[in-house]
Design a protein around this ligand. Structure first.
Ligand SMILES: [Fe+2]
Length: 260
């Protein structure tokens, strides 16, 4: 058991969380700190520090998955499915007026652990997922092998914010069961796109941009109450959904099924 937990901190602090320090840390050190139940790490995240965890994933592997997914995304029809029994892995294009809880424009790829996993995505993400369960104070495997019959399932979401203004409006994840955002970086600013990208809001309402400070393979970790958004990616270029360019990220989380 962690000596301090996010749940306890939430009981005694009701303030919003603003971006504080940006802290770079090697993956091995981040992992060791979680395994040692490091309370300082939990407090630091809770009070707004943003962690850039270096070398969490193999760069070449993420790039390979990205291009193969993109190919799948261009060759098969985009569709949307609720999380019910029989839900397939699918991909979905959302263009501003689509139905989503915040205004946004992206091409998202959805993967569930109970389906076939041709890209081995769950295998690649599982150590980070288990570490994240641990730091959140959850049982490591409690949701990982769930099915749509359960209340929550583990989902991987890979998103391309295309050139031509891929974006997501500022939001937070206060109501999510998952305490920490874990965002794996799959593209490079300056190469795959030039403008826009993720930001967090600091206490003076400034946007703190991050994409210039990260590389493919890094993992961005922040507390769920941290307000964030993605500023339009290369808004002056016309969107070509068949292009692999743009900003790509991978996230996993425990998400509610549509049975509840
Ligand atoms: Fe978000």
């Amino acid at each position: 058991m962690n000596s301090i937990s996010f749940a306890e901190l939430e009981k005694s602090h009701f303030t919003n969380v603003f971006a504080r320090n940006i802290i770079k840390i090697e993956y091995q050190e981040y992992k060791n700190r979680i395994l040692k139940n490091d309370s300082e790490l939990i407090e630091s995240l809770f009070f707004g520090d943003i962690y850039i965890v270096k070398n969490a994933y193999k760069k070449k592997l993420l790039e390979k998955i990205r291009s193969e997914l993109h190919e799948w995304g261009t060759k098969t029809k985009a569709s949307y499915h609720e999380i019910k029994e029989g839900v397939p892995n699918f991909h979905r294009i959302l263009d501003k007026d689509g139905k989503f809880y915040v205004s946004s424009k992206w091409h998202g790829y959805y993967f569930f652990n109970f389906n076939k996993d041709p890209w081995n995505i769950f295998n690649i993400a599982e150590e980070k997922y288990f570490l994240n369960q641990k730091i959140m104070g959850f049982n490591e495997k409690e949701t990982f092998n769930n099915s749509p019959k359960d209340k929550y399932v583990t989902r991987v979401w890979i998103v391309q914010y295309p050139q031509g203004g891929g974006y997501i409006q500022a939001h937070d994840h206060s109501s999510d069961v998952f305490c920490l955002a874990n965002i794996a970086i799959m593209s490079e600013k300056g190469k795959d796109y030039n403008n826009g990208g993720i930001y967090f809001i600091d206490e003076n309402a400034n946007k703190i941009f991050i994409d210039d400070q990260v590389e493919v393979g890094d993992l961005l970790v922040t507390y769920k109450r941290q307000v964030h958004g993605v500023d339009p990616v290369d808004p002056n270029i016309k969107t070509d959904w068949k292009s692999e360019k743009g900003r790509w990220v991978m996230m996993y989380g425990n998400v509610p099924t549509n049975n509840y």
